[in-house]
Design a protein around this ligand. Structure first.
Ligand SMILES: [Cu+2]
Length: 215
């Protein structure tokens, strides 16, 4: 074997071992779902987790630079409709659901079986109740539609609690009174999409909650 051939062989082995730094791109043979499948969320709001796929070659190694096309069956949409795999072989898109059941397929030309995501949509609640119990808000995390109202009701006997926002809810007041169960319910009407956190000033590390406001 000549020196030149040995060098060529070593270079080839080094390039192969370097996994993604080959001068000759390997063709992708499959798309693996790597995130965002089977989420349940609210109509016309971006799913909390982006949809992601990883392009791999026949040996299961990630392939960069693959243009993935995302196609929606059902209502809603993805953005972008095409995305390119990164150095880790990953391509992502943001998905919104417009109906109760939506399927999104990810593919590239020549892929025998597209990767298929199934997502579930529902209408967000327009009114939500939260119980102020001793040392917990139940439920702790809630979702409401813009324009909707969340109402906290004290079910905690003579122990004092409050609902005090940590994230400005865009509505006044930003805190209830600190009261026991003889006090009135406290309500907030939310007008702006976002996530709002709150706690009880009497038990700030134990009693925490959030309201996520969606379209
Ligand atoms: Cu409390």
């Amino acid at each position: 074997m000549t020196t030149k051939r040995v060098i060529t062989l070593l270079a080839a082995v080094a390039a192969w071992a370097c996994n993604g730094d080959t001068t000759q791109p390997r063709p992708p043979s499959d798309l693996l779902k790597t995130g965002g499948d089977a989420q349940s969320w609210y109509f016309n709001n971006p799913l909390p987790t982006p949809l992601s796929v990883t392009a791999v070659d026949v040996s299961g190694q990630p392939v960069r630079g693959v243009v993935v096309t995302w196609a929606v069956t059902g209502e809603g949409g993805v953005s972008p409709a095409q995305s390119t795999t990164n150095a880790n072989g990953v391509a992502t898109t943001i998905d919104s659901i417009g109906s109760t059941l939506q399927r999104v397929s990810a593919s590239f030309p020549g892929l025998p079986n597209a990767a298929t995501f199934t997502e579930i949509g529902s209408a967000p609640p327009t009114a939500v109740g939260v119980s102020v119990n001793n040392t917990v808000f139940a439920p702790r995390d809630t979702v409401v539609q813009t324009g909707g109202m969340v109402t906290w009701t004290w079910n905690s006997g003579t122990t004092l609690h409050s609902v005090t926002y940590l994230t400005a809810p865009g509505a006044l007041p930003t805190s209830s009174t600190t009261q026991d169960a003889s006090g009135p319910p406290f309500s907030t009407t939310f007008t702006t999409v976002g996530r709002y956190t709150y706690h009880c000033t009497q038990h700030p590390t134990l009693m925490m909650g959030s309201v996520t406001v969606v379209h």
